[in-house]
Design a protein around this ligand. Structure first.
Ligand code: ZN
Length: 335
């Protein structure tokens, strides 16, 4: 488990106090910077039997087990629905979609009892990663409180969150917060180049400076969808809501919202005289949309988009939602 270069300083600072680590950490920061990988790299380093400059050596038995995903002193707990996302093995369609929980359930916490209580296999640390921390069901959180308050020796619990304000206060107050920020652009660009990403500057801008999200968005199918979506939002006569919405299914909905939100952010920024952040390659189209837009309309649109993002995980009709948002957009841009 090799750490991303932008995480190394924070990891080294933490691991310099090996043996005096906090019992529980809440690692938080923006999406797409690799918070989960940070937590895993931290775990691998803590479990490593011969750390090199505090970081995991990648060679010892412990590192080997960790990379194979079967280290006996490591657990990672996620909601059932996220387990599915990660595997994505076969196209399961809508199969059992409703049954998959978006929460970390109390049963999952109870199942950790032995892991927490018994002595560790390798006579070192045990590390538990839970993510996203805001998905802990209140009952599950209650079942975890005692462990968070009085963990057995050599236990490290790492909570990961993109939205720390939504983490239950009982959990938040028992963790040391560790904020990870966006890496310096130079470092992020160097990494994107090393990953073979063409036009890394555009990719990084579209991702708001988050390198892992930038790599994801640079995928050809993603750039094609971006071009199509932003082309629709640039249309001088307004978006063709019905025709466009017919082509957005549930799988694309979240990304549609992302593109629309970043676009509207840029239009509102220009309206307020601030620079374009996400789509500098389309600055002139943004400029002309900003001229035509009404401030009130943009406010309403931003509110609707935030609401739509909250609903995205729940069953809804993607086509109708997209249509509604585009019509709201057309009203905002052509008052
Ligand atoms: Zn090692």
């Amino acid at each position: 488990m090799k750490a991303y270069p932008w995480h190394v300083p924070a990891l080294e600072r933490l691991l310099a106090q090996r043996g005096r680590l906090p019992h529980a950490l809440l690692v938080h920061g923006p999406r797409g910077i690799g918070k989960t990988d940070f937590a895993r790299a931290l775990a691998a380093s803590v479990l490593c039997e011969s750390p090199a400059r505090s970081l995991a050596c990648g060679q010892c038995a412990s590192c080997h087990w960790f990379s194979q995903g079967n280290h006996p002193d490591f657990r990672e707990v996620v909601p059932e629905a996220s387990e599915d996302d990660e595997e994505e093995a076969e196209p399961t369609g809508a199969k059992a979609e409703k049954a998959k929980s978006l929460f970390i359930k109390i049963e999952q916490v109870r199942a950790l009892a032995d892991f927490i209580a018994l002595s560790t296999h390798r006579a070192g640390y045990r590390v538990l990663v839970m993510r996203p921390a805001e998905s802990l069901h209140p009952n599950a959180a209650n079942a975890l409180l005692k462990t968070l308050e009085e963990p057995p020796p050599s236990t490290l619990i790492v909570m990961v969150s993109e939205r720390p304000a939504r983490v239950l206060p009982t959990i938040r107050s028992r963790c040391s917060a560790l904020a990870l920020g966006l890496p310096p652009a130079k470092e992020a660009l160097a990494w994107l180049r090393s990953e073979g990403i063409g036009a890394p500057e555009i990719a990084l801008a579209t991702a708001g400076g988050a390198p892992l999200l930038a790599r994801e968005l640079a995928d050809p199918s993603e750039t094609e969808f971006r071009t199509r979506t932003l082309g629709e939002l640039s249309r001088p006569g307004g978006a063709n809501a019905v025709a466009y919405a017919a082509g957005v299914d549930r799988a694309r909905l979240e990304r549609f919202l992302y593109w629309m939100q970043t676009w509207v952010f840029d239009v509102a920024s220009r309206k307020a005289g601030a620079p374009v952040r996400h789509h500098p390659d389309l600055a002139s189209a943004i400029e002309s949309r900003a001229k035509a837009a009404s401030v009130e309309g943009l406010f309403e649109l931003e509110r609707e988009l935030a609401e739509a993002r909250r609903l995205v995980a729940h069953p809804l009709n993607p086509r109708l939602l997209v249509e509604h948002l585009l019509l709201t957009y057309n009203r905002a841009i052509k008052p």
